[in-house]
Design a protein around this ligand. Sequence first.
Ligand SMILES: [Zn+2]
Ligand SMILES: [Zn+2]
Length: 321
Amino acid sequence: MTHDDNMIIRFRGVRGSLPAPAPENMRYGGNTSCVEIRYHDQLLILDAGSGIRSLGDELVRSAQENPIEATLLLSHNHWDHIQGLPFFAPAYSPANRITVFGECGRAEQLQHGLETQMAPAHFPVGLHQMRGLLPVRELSRDATKLGDLLVRTTRLNHPGGCTGFRIESAAGHIAYLPDHEPFRNNGGRIGEVEMAHRELIEFIRGVDLLILDTQYTADEYTRRVGWGHGCLPDSVDLATEAGARRLLFFHHDPSHDDRQVDEMVEVARAMTFRSPLTVDAASEHEIVSLPLANLVIGSGFSPLQEIIASVTPLAPPEKVH
Ligand SMILES: [Zn+2]
Ligand SMILES: [Zn+2]
């Protein structure tokens, strides 16, 4: 495997709920959810929080007027996951092609959310003026092949719904669960809750990198049950049960400064010091490369070639505006 076969993950925004720029937050960063993934010549973007603005500006600068192609996966319509899109410069040029995907059955809802946030009452420019942005399409219910990547989806426990993504390549597997509260607090019946929890564990089984909503400490969570976000001990348990290799706390609370996030990581490391799981907090501008050191190829979910053979590639998207 050459360096060009690596999967590169760069965090553009790691904050939950609201951008939180402040000197005491700068090490982890103040922008809301956006993760950039590069693999071969593909660019995949997870969510369009305020972190997507700097990515767009860099793309325009480096493209030197060549067309830009990117695929954006949206987890849900909450502002912290779409508020950066109106400032994503490449989407305004008809020469570029920004393809947007959501979970099966949610394209209409996502499209409506993007249009509404750019309605005249909220923003001076309409979504229709983003001529490089294609209408939201839906991923397959099971697995969707996007170039050399395979994308799976799952439903998370979050008010209004949120999609979790699993992204697989020959370099490694990532799970991105940006907004999620443990199923046990969704008000469901015990059997259903247990089944949803088990299904989620299987969904993220063996990933190299688990990017997981860990907005609260255990103590904070006791006062925020039902708000749709996770907390430290539950995140560690989920990652451990699923056999993830590296857990990255994500969707940091806007009130948490760098010191508090550091403390959460220290607590988690004390919980896992006998375990092969490593724990960190996602940090804006951090770059992670897969495969991770010492990765045993094939130890993850199912063999990639087998999966690719079983899914139908999507037809090229048509441009409608
Ligand atoms: Zn969020
Ligand atoms: Zn949300």
